[in-house]
Write a protein that binds this ligand. Sequence first.
Ligand code: NAP
Length: 486
Amino acid sequence: MATATATLPYRQLYVNGRWCDAAGGQRMGVVSPATEEAFAEVAKGGRDDCRRAIAAAAAAMPAWMKLTAFDRAKILKKTADLLRERADQFARDMTMEQGKPLVESKGEVLQTADTFEWFAEEAKRAYGRIVPNSVPGKRHFVMHHPVGVVACIGPWNFPMSLQSRKIAPALAAGCTVVSKPASQTPLSTINIFDCLIDAGLPAGVANLVIGPASEIGDEFMANPLVRKVSFTGSTAVGKHLMRQAADTVKRLSLDLGGHAPFIVSPDADPEVVAKAAVLGKFRNNGQVCISPSRFFVHQDISKRFTEVAVEEAKKLKLGNGLDAGTQVGPMFEKKAMDNTLGLIADATGKGAACLTGGKRSAAFEKGYFFEPTILNGLSADAKVLSDEPFAPVMPILDFSKLDDVIAAANNTAYGLAAYVFTNDISVAFKMAEGLEAGIIGLNDPVPATPQCPFGGMKESGLGRELGSEGLQAYLETKYVSLKLRD
Ligand code: NAP
């Protein structure tokens, strides 16, 4: 780690086992969404840095993949332990760069540790199989081989856990990596790297490049040494990467946008569910890929549900995420806030009622603080029902028939998450089977956990992270056929 040369703390890139400045010597600031001020600086890398990092990862690959899974697992487990030990400091860094309340940041650091631990264990379970032969004298085996150098690109909303879902399984599988965090939230990934290094990761096995997305992304996609790109971010960028991947037939894992339905069956308790809905919706200001964003509530209970949701949303304490008691921090950036205002204006312009919120909070002189917002009476063409909102906005829609609501919920290009609240097991199963989503929360507003697969159907992505699927995504399948001597 370099010492600060300016008044702000400064962190560098990590290439081939060394912290280093960007080749071009450039730096950029890390800005707090609560104060709108830079509080740290990082090296701003470019295409040359990225090329060096890929070459280092490729050179480190043969030795890393030859280590036993048990030896790789020791490093990942130690990384998990260090993340837990340092969780309080890492949570502060995350809140400073991303904005979410400390309690959510600490939860994310601990989930990152759990993810490293999960893949430390999964590394040991990359089993092959022996397949019965149909021709006498032949023997057939299926075994696994690491994919190769993996580029890991992550977004800003969960800056630590989403990088860990790529780095941990890739390293567990015997791949080497180059990580590119979102430019505005690099510190959380730097903190993962500090732990990996202190856990004894050999030089070149994991490399960190921070810098402009298009330059670094283009190098990842064009460089034949990169065999896989694992990306979490917007559907638009995911589609762009798919097009670029064609030239070198790169493997892709894509975790993209979502627009999750939240269905409340008439048998559910509207007060209990409204509280769960507010908890799920306003976590991280709705800037969550699996955030519920279309609330379908049965007409028999929608009045009570809406009253309680409005009461609960009004009670949420907005503030700097570093302050004790803050439940909702600032939105991440001005662009996101402006987009939210646009979606609300569009909805109300088309007849929706804004029951609470709807504007930037007047209580703060600086920072992107936005009042938790609830809308109802929306017209079907309101943009907030089709564009991924990624915002603290809860649109409530009444419905009358459970069969119709499945079709309405599926009427989107996305298919990441869906939520159903019911006490009727038959309704629960019909919904779980009928909804086109990779993750279904049944009476559960926060379903993600390291040991279960996470990912989307339709335009929400390709492949799954976490679970045992998360390791398979970094392994090629190799079939070996043996002809015995007569
Ligand atoms: P984004 O604009 O797509 O950026 C995500 C990452 O991709 C950032 O690191 C960004 O770098 C990089 N990037 C941008 N353009 C690129 C390009 N041309 N080539 C290579 N990399 C490029 O998304 P975001 O706004 O940060 O994140 C919000 C989106 O992520 C939402 O749509 C959300 O639903 C989705 N998301 C999905 C999941 C999931 O698991 N399905 C989880 C979380 C978020 P810079 O920061 O340098 O621009």
